[in-house]
Design a protein around this ligand. Sequence first.
Ligand code: PHE
Length: 434
Amino acid sequence: MENKRPSWTSKYAFIITTIGSAVGLGNIWRFPYVMGQNGGAVFLAVYILIISTICFIPLLNELYIGNSTKKECIGAYESINPKLGFLGALNPLTGVLIASFYVVVGGWIINYIFRSILSYKITDYGEYFISFIQQPFYSCFLTILFLFICIFFTARGVKKGIEAANKFLMPLLAVLLIFLVINSLRLPNADIGLEFMFKPDFSKLNSHLLLSALGQAFFTLSVGMGALLTYGSYIKEDKNLVKSVYTIILSDTAFALLAGVMIFPAVFSFNMEPNSGAGLVFVTLPKIFSQIPYGHLISFAFFILLFSAAVTSAISIIECPCATLIEQLKISRVKACIILFFIISLIAIPATLSFGNLENIKIFGKTIFDTLDFLTSNIMLPMNTLILCLISGWYLKIKGYNLLNNKISGLFFDVGLKYIVPIALAGLIFMGLR
Ligand code: PHE
């Protein structure tokens, strides 16, 4: 079994797939709207501070555990201590739950791609969005279609499916993003949008903003559900994991920043509100696209961009439980993918319907979709990261110096792994539970 494990064809393949995992809805959908809701530039300043200091610690830790054990989540935790397997199992479980709401948004994106191709005329974008996500059959069809596309790539395997999809979609994503940024910067009054992003008003700083930035940073880097652990386990040998980690963080941040620079100048240029929340990308932007020359083309490019980002992340989310099923149950990849297709559909369909027919089903006051989002992003992701940091820092006693080859950053890593990151994560979980 051991030597039949797949591995990346090259270091480039590992880096591009991991960037593909990191850059997703978190960067292009969530980051701009969370920044918009939290005062723009001041949020960005805090976010950059967090992502450039403590975030490399859990990222490096998760990749390192995957790379050194060369196992999927349960196996990796068990090889640390046979009693820890159940904690490892929380990772693929989180993956299944995240996938189940991620694919719903993926389905919405497909609808907007269709709509851009058909040049469909809409008068009220807010109303259109709400009525579209309420249509039971159509929205479920789109959810399943998106899931099928992601499962298809995963089923083709690590090299032929996951790597191939990322090698094609990630460069496409970068090119489209640059094209759209240039386009946005040429709009009248683009500078007001840039000011919103880059001129901080520190009087708006508060603890909620701090924890939102922290949550966003961990979500966007894909830490906390074993996706990185699994991807790390496919690296043949990487003597310089740290360099890869910095490349991943830098690229992820660049994509998020560019997404902001693409969105905010357009928002301000058309006198729209930057704080419209989750609807920013699905309501505000389409409204803007309808008012600019060649808007359909731009809209098409934008939703293809969002689609590419979402697919490469969703693949990484699915690969974690997929690897666990393959290696724990000793079944083929195709079988594991079929099982996952059914399990995720079973949760994703009620999540899709929770915007319409099932909107009255509430769990602790939240719809099914919101519960999945809340439970995973606010509780399970930080909790899994907290557990792995504590295991590495206190039980395995991993030494930063051995990973980083530098006394000062090694020491910072040790303190971060044992104290700073766990405290920050405990704060996040506490805020989530309040
Ligand atoms: N990082 C991805 C995004 O930004 C989401 C994700 C979370 C992927 C956790 C894998 C694991 O969209």
